[in-house]
Design a protein around this ligand. Structure first.
Ligand SMILES: C[S@@+](CC[C@H](N)C(=O)[O-])C[C@H]1O[C@@H](n2cnc3c(N)ncnc32)[C@H](O)[C@@H]1O
Length: 248
């Protein structure tokens, strides 16, 4: 990932995206890993989708989420790892995603899953969610919100809470800054058990590890299996969430 893109690729970003993603670091995707990921979402969305198909959420997370509400908003929906799990849980689901190629892939995926449900995939950002105040019963983000301004930050968290109705829940699935969320009144839940990245084949495990987790390649090759423990890749498994119930 660190060498995959160069500053020449930054032209793929819209002005609104560049304002959020480029100004935050030094503007070079070879040294700013968050910026490299933003380029991946736009230049190689299928590759991203192959990775997340292998990184499935813990069933406890999915069971914890409400299974029947009126409206759900998901921000940073990506290619729909969580979205596809939400569409049967609400009459209306709004999936907000800034990267156009990710939205297109998600739209295609949703049209294959089920056309009957009210799912809308729309552009937007954490700090600019295109729905009214108190709109949703559940406002959720999965592996997307961070304290950095361009990827949510204080303004993004406040905006998620703005669109959540009193008594509703804002949920951050697979949070990577738990202390920051706790300082904003979020509680934490984690679900136990062994978890593996479930690549489609050993060949895919080797190929995708080389791209996304290069320091683990030798060990993945030594193991020679399609299932790889998260710990071996140096990442925490997608087994947790942080949540806040909005005051009535
Ligand atoms: C690691 S991906 C997670 C995608 C999806 N939720 C999943 O679990 O696979 C991060 C996502 O957040 C989106 N994102 C990044 N910055 C954002 C922002 N400021 N506002 C909204 N979404 C953002 C990216 O476009 C990308 O789809």
């Amino acid at each position: 990932m660190r060498t995959r893109y160069t500053t020449a690729d930054l032209s793929v970003l819209t002005r609104d995206e560049a304002r959020r993603f480029v100004s935050e670091g030094d503007g070079d995707p070879q040294t700013d890993i968050a910026l490299a990921w933003e380029l991946l979402y736009r230049l190689d969305p299928e590759l991203y989708d192959r990775l997340v198909r292998a990184e499935r959420l813990h069933p406890g997370v999915l069971e914890w989420l409400p299974d029947e509400v009126e409206r759900i908003v998901e921000v940073g929906a990506g290619t729909g790892r969580l979205t596809v799990e939400l569409i049967h849980r609400a009459g209306e689901v709004v999936a907000v995603e800034p990267a156009a190629p990710m939205r297109e892939l998600l739209d295609r995926k949703l049209s294959r899953v089920d056309r009957r449900h009210g799912v809308r995939v729309t552009p937007g950002f954490f700090d600019d969610v295109p729905v009214a105040d108190d709109f949703a019963d559940l406002v959720v983000a999965c592996s997307a919100l961070t304290p950095a301004q361009g990827h949510g930050g204080e303004a993004g968290l406040a905006e998620m809470e703005r669109v959540c109705r009193p008594g509703g829940r804002v949920v951050i699935v697979w949070p990577n800054h738990v202390d920051w969320l706790a300082a904003h009144g979020y509680r934490y839940a984690s679900f136990p058990g062994e978890m593996f990245v479930e690549f489609a084949s050993y060949e895919e495990a080797a190929e995708l590890t080389e791209i996304f987790y290069p320091s683990a390649v030798a060990e993945v090759r030594r193991l020679g299996q399609r299932r790889v423990p998260y710990e071996l890749l140096g990442i925490n498994p997608p087994r947790d969430l942080a949540f806040k119930v909005i005051a009535e």
